[in-house]
Design a protein around this ligand. Structure first.
Ligand SMILES: Cc1ncc(COP(=O)(O)O)c(C=O)c1O
Length: 386
């Protein structure tokens, strides 16, 4: 399976989930939960406060908005594909005034446009800038430090909120060092745990915004989660027992591999194989990168445009004849793109098998190819082996 989330779950994480139900007031579950909450800030590179919400990425988006915004507050959503915009729709439904900074689905957020828009907001009506680090549909990676510099250059006090749902555990991300005020994540991609845990990391400015946030409400509210009188209040009710045992196993795997730097390097290796293959396959009106600038490509997912090649047929051939599930094009990309997820639990055999299978399907379809991607991909992987 090579879809960009939910990603493949390692066997040992699946086995950890089969832990019997246990006392939720004391003992192993509480130990595991404490350890996760202690280690989550490290994952995001922050000394801020981490919150877990039982739910998917949307739940984490909702928690972020509810606890930092009031009805009528304005946020600037930076478009670079659909995902930040969908976060904006959700905020709008909660009563937030959303402005979209228009962007391309083939390029990262334009930092000059961001700076100009913020500089024009002389009354500082914009309370927060929202973006994704990686847009999973377009596979762009935004330059988060450059966006921070643009906010600073405009002299604007807006909070900076970043969705790392597709990138956490795949790409370098340093919340505090990069001046991010709030980060959103989820369990089902780079973190190798099934969908069901959403994460929000709040820095000092987000926690200060919480003090006056008018949208704070029942389930997503930080109050009891921050100062629980009983452990289960961290989860606003019964903890997600199986997911917590899974999460702690995934954290063990990350640390056994050598921690985040080792994980980031492995993802660079996987991405380099995909990019080398796509470069070799590329041909006019056929296979082509969606993100042409290599420096702006995500190391977690690659979106490949297919021109005259029928992307639906490619996916069906791969899935039903060759046993490989590829990601479909989303939004603007339906039917004219496919995506390869290389996030989370991947290695050289899995990515080389994926690429070779895609190539076999393209050949079977008679797709025009610039060349074979296999040698290019193996050479790329070889560059990482010692
Ligand atoms: C970048 C990004 N943000 C947010 C989401 C929404 O997460 P969920 O589908 O878990 O609600 C996704 C889902 O794929 C995503 O890729």
């Amino acid at each position: 399976m090579a879809i960009p989330g939910p990603s493949n779950i390692p066997d040992r994480v699946l086995r950890a989930m089969s832990h019997p139900m246990t006392d939720i007031y004391e003992g192993s579950l509480v130990d595991v939960s404490d350890r996760i909450l202690e280690e989550l800030p490290v994952l995001a590179g922050t000394e801020g406060k981490a919150f877990i919400i039982i739910g998917n990425g949307h739940a984490a988006w909702q928690m972020a908005i509810d606890n930092t915004m009031s009805a009528g507050d304005k946020v600037l959503v930076c478009e670079s594909g659909p995902f930040a915009v969908i976060w904006g729709y959700m905020a709008e439904k909660s009563g937030v005034d959303v402005e979209v900074l228009p962007g391309s689905t083939r390029e990262p957020v334009d930092v000059d446009a961001l700076q100009s828009r913020l500089a024009a907001d002389t009354d500082h009506e914009i309370k927060a800038v929202l973006c994704v680090q990686t847009d999973t549909a377009s596979s762009v990676r935004n330059d988060i430090p450059a966006m921070r510099r643009a906010i600073d250059a405009a002299g604007h006090p807006a909070m900076f909120m970043v969705d790392c749902i597709a990138s956490l555990g795949c790409e370098r991300f340093e919340m505090d060092a990069w001046g991010v005020d709030l980060t959103v994540g989820a369990s089902q991609k780079g973190l190798m745990v099934p969908p069901g845990l959403g994460f929000v990391w709040a820095g000092d400015r987000a926690l200060a915004a919480y003090e006056t946030a008018g949208l704070r409400s029942g389930y997503t509210e930080w109050a009891d989660r921050m100062n629980p009188s009983a452990h289960y209040e961290i989860y606003a009710g019964t903890p997600p027992v199986s997911h917590l045992f899974a999460m702690v196993e995934a954290l063990d795997m990350i640390s056994e591999e050598g921690g985040l730097p080792a994980i980031w390097t492995r993802h660079e290796m996987l991405a380099s194989a995909v990019w080398a293959a796509v470069d070799a396959w590329a041909a006019p009106d056929a296979i082509e990168f969606n993100i042409t600038d290599a420096a702006s490509r995500s190391t977690a997912v690659t979106t490949i445009l297919t021109g005259s090649v029928d992307a639906g047929r490619l996916r069906r051939t791969a899935r039903y004849q060759a046993g490989l599930t590829l990601g479909r094009g989303l939004g603007d990309f339906v039917d004219r793109a496919f995506r390869i997820g290389h996030m989370g639990h991947g290695d050289a055999p899995s990515i080389l098998g994926t690429l070779a299978t895609v190539e076999a399907c393209l050949l079977a379809m008679g797709a025009p190819l610039g060349g074979s991607g296999i040698e290019a991909a193996t050479t790329a992987i070889g560059g990482y082996l010692r």
